[in-house]
Design a protein around this ligand. Structure first.
Ligand code: CDP
Ligand code: MG
Length: 679
């Protein structure tokens, strides 16, 4: 067994902060326990730790224009603060917005709060996420993704509909939250200057490191809800593990053998594929060991909501519950009953190389802050244990804090949005954590390449095309592809494809049924690539009128397919507002690929004489992901949607293209780069 170590994270409080000490003997500290479903919802609300601090909290929040609220995950910040404000009449002249980095969180939290207020979702309490708006004129408490509030700011930079903006899960530091920091700060100042109704900004975080937030928001006070963390025993491995999945498996079954079955296990992993694979292995092994039954529950963002809810249900008596989760369970989702946390120490996150302009998703080590957050999940209700599948030395070498996403992503999209917001000098926007000048320049270069911006005398301007691109809630290259589609008479097809790529995956790939899935997919598979294959599936889906049975037989996620239709309708509306002529190219899909080549040429790769591929802009070696329909073939040129870095750098979602189309799309750019082996 690994070494014993106990490392409570050092807490430091900012001088001048307000500290709410919660009385451990009061009912508020009684935690909603497993099987609390029968406790009336009003009682549940009063049992939350935050309830004890309600009067003092409201006192503070009433006076302050900016506040930072810190409290452990599950203390009741997100569900209660908006209701407290509303009930106390704070900000009644307008709406209260609560932003979330994840769309699933926004939807489920709105549902929960509507239930607590005993109203229908969409009335007093609603939500807005990309392509889905469940609000009405009655809505006062509006849960939304950070990206949606940002889009609203394009039409209304002062956010005049809102009197309070709660920036929740601020510690996650998503790109959108970081840009919003700047947007709300400006809106707040401008509203003061123009004598408009003031805007209250509340930043909420589950982690202690808030000095930056406080500094940025004019040294705003920090309100701490005292944590109710129980002691957690930390274990490290003696030696570095070469295979963290194997280490996780061994640890799960070691605990399963030794601990009572009522002690649930939460394992932090990196993504859907490895989670599904490990879940299958665990279920297989559990059948053959004498240590009792086990339910294994996967948890990741793209899982259908109904399946996500499974992680909250208690396991049957005598049965162990094992949850295999991505970092979604670090703070977004609160699960009760966890006694053991197994931390692989890994996370899948974006990484960006400003020299190459290439953004990749890569499996990498977590930060210390993340490791502590993960460990904390084991001590919510009583003392627990965390098994770190790495050595203490490895832990010591982790970076202290996760680098904000804004400092490790392609900034093209952000720059386009800032310009559409009318920010005068995007190169010097007031970011809380500034991205490097190279990354900013690279983002603007990317937009210039797409024709969205022009540089004149050192200044950057949005072109007419760029303005149109900003009207779409999409990455710039997708927006551009849609805007080009009338030239190729294939708008219907492009709108379908972009919609299919905009929702969580429409394909369902249960690993246990691999052969059946492959057989079902074959009917739709196109040698022209994944985009056309998806289009074929969508066309077939529409032909059968979205039949559920058909979806099941063909391993298609019917809910997400339904969403595709909504997304398409909304994108179509935007096109019509822009006076675009929409039409279909029928079965002539060559035009569709040509249009994709013109919109997505930045992500192109070329086959090399030795059978490998090189990305054309960086000359980096890339491979075709095994999930692609082109995996077996060797097309000379492809464009791809994204890069995934695991054991290799994989291109995902590929489209077969002609070299001529790429040259046509960007003659100067490719003049230098095409056929690198010959130049
Ligand atoms: O924001 P914070 O992590 O402090 O807590 P919260 O999201 O307001 O959740 C407080 C409690 O509400 C949780 O511990 C759950 O018991 C409950 N809750 C729920 O039942 N369903 C949800 N969708 C969200 C919260
Ligand atoms: Mg919360």
């Amino acid at each position: 067994m690994p070494n014993d170590h106990d490392h409570p994270p050092a807490k430091k409080f900012k001088p001048g902060s307000v500290f709410f000490r919660l009385d451990k003997n009061k009912p508020g500290m009684l935690l909603p326990r497993k099987g609390n479903a029968t406790t009336p919802i009003e009682v549940q609300r009063k049992q939350l730790p935050i309830y004890q601090a309600k009067p003092q909290l409201l006192n503070q929040l009433r006076q302050l224009h900016n506040a930072i609220l810190i409290g452990e995950t599950g203390s009741g910040k997100t569900t209660q603060i908006p209701q407290y404000l509303y009930e106390a009449g704070i900000g009644r002249q307008g709406l209260i917005a609560i932003t979330q980095p994840r769309r699933v969180a926004a939807i489920s939290l709105a549902g929960r709060v509507a239930e607590e207020k005993r109203t229908q979702l969409g009335k007093l309490v609603g939500y807005t996420v990309r392509f889905e708006d469940v609000t009405s004129s009655e809505t006062k408490l509006k849960f939304m993704t950070d990206g949606m509030l940002l889009r609203e700011a394009i039409g209304d930079p002062l956010l005049l509909r809102y009197t309070v903006v709660v920036l929740d899960e601020a510690h996650e530091r998503t790109v959108h939250t970081d840009v919003l920091f700047g947007v709300v700060k400006t809106a707040q100042r401008r509203r003061r200057e123009l004598n408009k109704i003031p805007l209250k900004v509340i930043v909420m975080s589950a982690t202690m490191d808030v000095d930056l937030f406080s500094e940025y928001f004019n040294k705003s006070p920090v309100l701490y809800l005292e944590g109710r963390q129980h002691p957690i025993q930390i274990y490290y491995t003696k030696h570095p593990q070469s295979d963290y999945l194997q280490a996780a498996l061994v640890t799960i079954f070691q605990i399963h053998q030794e601990a009572p079955p009522s002690h649930d296990i939460l394992v932090f992993m990196t993504g859907q594929e490895e989670i599904e694979a490990l879940a299958r292995t665990c279920r297989d092994i559990a059948k053959h060991v004498p240590d009792g039954p086990m339910v294994v529950i996967p948890l990741y963002a793209s899982l259908p909501p109904a399946q996500q809810l499974r992680c909250f249900q208690p396991a049957p008596k005598g049965c162990r519950k094992v949850i295999l989760s991505t970092n979604i369970a670090e703070t977004s989702v609160t699960i009760s009953g966890i006694k053991f946390v197994i931390d692989t120490g890994m996370v899948k996150a974006k990484r960006f190389n400003p020299d190459s302009g290439l953004e990749v998703l890569a499996v990498q080590r977590v930060s210390k802050a993340q490791a502590w957050q993960r460990a904390g999940r084991a001590g919510r209700e009583e003392s627990g244990s965390c098994y770190r599948l790495y050595t203490e030395n490895e832990f010591d070498s982790l970076i202290p804090m996760t680098v904000p996403e804004i400092q490790r992503c392609n900034l093209a999209s952000v720059m386009l949005q800032l310009m559409a917001l009318g920010v005068p000098d995007v190169m010097n926007f007031d970011f809380m954590s500034k991205p490097s000048p190279e990354a900013v320049r690279s983002g603007v270069d990317h937009l210039e390449l797409l024709g969205a911006v022009e540089r004149k005398e050192g200044q950057v301007f949005l072109t007419t095309l760029g303005k149109k691109m900003a009207s779409f809630p999409l990455e710039p290259r997708y927006a551009k592809t849609i805007l080009l589609s009338p030239d190729y008479s294939c708008s219907d097809e492009i709108l379908s494809i972009v919609s299919l790529l905009s929702v969580d995956t429409v394909l369902y790939n249960p690993p246990a049924k691999r052969e059946e899935v492959l057989a079902a997919r074959k009917k739709f598979s196109s040698s022209e690539g994944d985009h056309i294959t998806l289009l074929n599936i969508y066309r077939a889906f529409k032909k059968v009128g979205g039949n559920k049975e058909w979806c099941r037989e063909n391993f298609v996620n019917s809910r997400n397919m339904g969403l595709v239709k909504d997304v398409q309708a909304q994108l179509r509306d935007i096109c019509l507002k822009l006076n675009m002529k929409l039409g279909s190219c029928g079965t002539e899909t060559g035009n569709v690929r040509r249009c994709i080549a013109h919109g997505m040429f930045v992500n192109a790769a070329e086959l090399q004489p030795d059978g490998s591929y090189l990305a054309l802009d960086t000359h980096q070696p890339v491979s075709i992901h095994p999930s692609s329909v082109l995996f077996q073939g060797k097309p000379a040129y492809v464009v791809f949607n994204e890069l995934l870095h695991t054991s290799r750098c994989y291109m995902r979602d590929l489209c077969l293209v002609d070299a001529d189309w790429l040259l046509e799309a960007a003659p100067e750019y490719f003049g230098r780069k095409l056929h690198p082996s010959k130049s």
